[in-house]
Design a protein around this ligand. Sequence first.
Ligand SMILES: *Cc1c(COP(=O)(O)O)cnc(C)c1O
Length: 362
Amino acid sequence: MKRNPRLDIYLDKIKNNSNNIKALCLKHGIGVVGITKGCCAITEVGQAMIDGGINILGDSRIENLKGLKKSELKVETMLIRIPMLSEVDRVLDWADISLNSEISVIKSLSQEALKRKTVHKIIMMIDLGDLREGIMPDDALQMVGEIRRLPGVKLIGIGANFCCISGVMPTRKNLTKLVELTEEIENNFHINLEVISGGSTSVLKLVEDDIIPDRINQLRIGVGILLGQDDVRLRNLAGTYQDTFILTAEVIEVQEKLSLPQGEIGRDAFGEIPVFRDLGIRKRAILAIGKQDIYLNSLIPLKEGIKIVGASSDHLIVDITDFKEEVKVSDEVKFRLNYPALLSATTSKYVKKYFYKKKEKK
Ligand SMILES: *Cc1c(COP(=O)(O)O)cnc(C)c1O
């Protein structure tokens, strides 16, 4: 019997999503890096991306890249968070490519690579306004000059990121700036940059609309593959599945209760003061899962008539008054997940993971 709470993972759907996004990008000369950080780089999911035609996997955590390498997946790995200076040796152990913006870190990568007689590939990140990682465009030439003096590292390209901290959207205009900067670097140093890594799922819209600048030749796609969604525009991507990960939790109590709490209201277990509306007597079910496992706001009940009321660390309360079916203790309630819920559910060791994949025909 399967244990609850559990996450059912549909690998064929993830493979399909990878395949279709890859095909879309390929038509525009763009390669896809499959980003696994949204699911803690579960090996089976990484393999599903590979089965869908992806040949570089990226993650923000070395631990996750290490897992992928140890499972002997046949891919290149890319560290997509700027490395910590203290983890440089592990970057060399587990990442073939890393995104960088700090010269001290790049110097250290170079020294470590020299020691090992290898060459580590780096992509220099440019800040195009989202104000997360990346150097300012005006500093790019000087930085490239410094990087080129370092043996042990090879600058394979430049990249940018959008919609992460400030929600700045990718546009033809700011991506054109990335291309222009590439050409400036190439002309200045008489080199050729292999990779222009234009961003994440949020850039796919520009590919679909055929307004992505020609030279952008790499995108790093996480949510688009994992959940078939473009979160920034709240839309589903054409040709993808959204029900790739389904969370199931088990009912441990069903009772009719007043919708207004009885007694004086203080702070809840997470330090917040909850607000309630008087809806009379409501039928409520408690599910054995909680904030320790799941980010509530991005859980979507699969069936209509089930509403999330709230949760503490280990209890999730749903209102089932308007639900047509009978609910009893031991029943299962299923949810689709948005990104934050996927991230928390895959991180929780209390949520068991089960994989589904059609048998290959021999
Ligand atoms: C998370 C991340 C991505 C992937 O973003 P999605 O929206 O999941 O496609 C790409 N690049 C970097 C640097 C990231 O941190």
